[in-house]
Ligand binder design. Structure first.
Ligand code: PMP
Length: 383
C-alpha cells in the first residue's frame, strides 16, 4: 500500500532552495484532515458507481448524485454564505470547468462577433487563458472591466473575495450595453473573509479546492437562478467530460458531511470545527506576516478592514489565501526580485493585468515553506 506523506514535516530548507509559492495549492488544510483520520475515509467497491448517471430524476444536472446536491445545500445553509433555495445546482470538474461552462451558457448562441469577457484588474490570472485557448467564435477576452468603454454586450466576472488581493468586489463595468455577470465566490468562506451576507447572484461559482482544501478531487459547483442557463452549463460539462467522477462526488458527500455534522452537533465533539481551525491557522499566518511586512523596507501589503462575520459571530479582518505583495521604489519587477534575491517563486503582476511591481504569493502552502518565506522576507534589505 502506498501511503501519501505530508508534503513537508519540519524539514530544514536550505537557503538556496527555491520555495514554490506561485500556485495556490491548499495543502495548509492537510493537517486538519489528518487529525480527523478514518472519520473521513470512504470505501469504494469494484462494482460500485459504474454508471454515467447520477440522478435520472434530475432534469438539469443528471450526472450529479442526489446526496451531493443535498450536501451542497446543507453546507450553504450551515455557513450562511449563499442562497440556494429555489436555485439550481450544477457540478463540474472544479470551478475551472464551470467557469468555462458559465461563459458558454451566457454567450449569445449565434453572435455576429464574439462577446467580450471582462474582469477588473488585478484579476485571477487563469481567466484570460481559459477564455482564449480555443479561440472561440462565441466569446473572447476583453481585458480589464474597469476600463471597458465599448457599447457592446459583455460578460463580467466578479471574483469576491478577489484572487489575488482578497478584496470584496462588485460589478464595475460602466456601459450602456447589457452585461451578464458571473460571480466567482471561490473564497467566500469564513476562513478567508467575514461572512457578512448571503450572496444571491444569478450565477455563483464555488470550489471544493478552496472550501475544504481538497483541490485534488477536482470538484466545484454553481448555484444558478435561471433553469435555461443551468441546462446549458450541464450541456457543456456533458460535452467536455460527460459529467463528474462519482468517486469524487462520494468523497465530497463524506467531507461536507463531516464539516456540517460538527456544526449541527452530530459529529465527534473532540475535534475542533473545520472553519474555526482553518480561520485560526490563516489568521496566525497573517499575524506573523504583518509583523515582518511592517518592518520591511522592501515590500508592502495593503491593510484590510474589519467586519462582523455572521458565521463566527466575531469582528475580524480577512485572512486571504494569497499575499498581494508590492515591491517598494527601485524594484520594478517583483517576481524577478523574489526569485533572484530570495529564491521564492511567485506569480508576477502582469499575469493579473497590472504592474510588475506586484506579485502574488500563496498563503495556503505548507508550514515549512511559509515560515521559510517569512525568514527570507525579514532578511531582505533594500540595496
Ligand atoms: N476561481 C478562483 C478565483 C480560483 O482562485 C480558483 C483556483 N485557484 C478557481 C476558480 C479554480 O478552482 P478549481 O480548483 O475548482 O478548478
Amino acid at each position: 500500500m502506498v501511503v501519501a506523506t505530508e508534503k513537508s514535516n519540519g524539514r530544514n530548507i536550505s537557503p538556496n532552495t527555491i520555495i514554490e509559492l506561485e500556485k495556490g495549492d491548499p495543502v495548509v488544510f492537510e493537517k486538519y484532515w489528518r487529525k480527523r483520520g478514518e472519520e473521513c475515509s470512504i470505501v469504494i467497491r469494484g462494482w460500485e458507481m459504474m454508471s454515467y448517471l447520477g440522478d435520472a430524476k434530475n432534469n438539469v444536472c443528471w450526472y450529479m448524485l442526489p446526496e451531493v446536491e443535498r450536501s451542497i445545500r446543507r453546507l450553504h445553509h450551515v455557513v450562511g454564505n449563499a442562497v440556494t433555495h429555489d436555485r439550481y445546482i450544477v457540478v463540474g470538474t472544479g470551478a475551472t470547468q464551470l467557469f468555462q461552462a458559465s461563459v458558454f451558457a451566457l454567450s449569445p448562441p449565434h453572435p455576429s462577433k464574439p462577446i467580450n469577457v471582462l474582469a477588473a484588474a488585478p484579476f485571477y490570472s487563469e481567466y484570460q487563458d481559459e477564455i482564449s485557448i480555443l479561440r472561440s467564435g462565441l466569446y473572447q477576452w476583453g481585458g480589464d472591466a474597469a476600463s471597458y468603454q465599448k457599447n457592446e454586450p459583455y460578460i463580467e466576472v466578479i471574483t469576491s473575495p478577489n484572487n489575488p488581493d482578497g478584496i470584496i468586489r462588485g460589478p464595475v463595468v460602466k456601459s450602456e450595453a447589457k452585461g451578464k455577470l458571473i460571480h466567482d465566490l471561490a473564497y467566500y468562506w469564513p476562513h478567508y473573509t467575514p461572512i457578512t451576507h448571503q450572496a444571491d447572484h444569478d450565477l455563483m461559482l464555488f470550489t471544493f479546492s478552496k472550501c475544504t482544501g481538497h483541490a485534488g478531487s477536482r470538484f466545484g459547483w454553481a448555484v444558478v437562478k435561471d433553469i435555461e442557463v443551468a441546462k446549458k452549463m450541464t450541456k457543456y460539462v456533458q460535452l467536455s467530460s460527460i459529467g463528474v467522477s462519482k468517486e469524487t462526488q462520494t468523497r465530497v458527500v463524506k467531507i461536507i458531511g463531516v464539516v456540517c455534522d460538527g456544526y449541527q452537533n452530530f459529529g465527534s465533539m473532540e475535534s475542533e470545527l473545520f472553519f474555526e481551525y482553518s480561520k485560526r491557522l490563516l489568521r496566525e499566518r497573517w499575524q506573523k506576516l504583518w509583523a515582518v511586512i511592517d518592518e520591511s523596507k522592501v515590500f508592502s501589503v495593503a491593510k484590510y478592514s474589519k467586519a462582523v462575520c455572521n458565521f463566527t459571530n466575531d469582528s475580524s479582518e480577512p485572512s486571504p489565501g494569497f499575499i498581494w505583495l508590492k515591491c517598494e521604489e527601485g524594484i520594478e519587477d517583483c517576481e524577478s526580485y523574489l526569485l533572484e534575491k530570495l529564491k521564492v517563486r511567485a506569480r508576477g503582476g502582469k499575469r493579473f493585468g497590472v504592474d510588475s511591481k506586484y506579485a502574488r504569493i500563496s498563503m495556503i502552502g505548507t508550514d515549512d515553506d511559509f515560515n521559510e518565506f517569512l525568514k527570507r522576507v525579514s532578511n531582505a534589505k533594500k540595496e
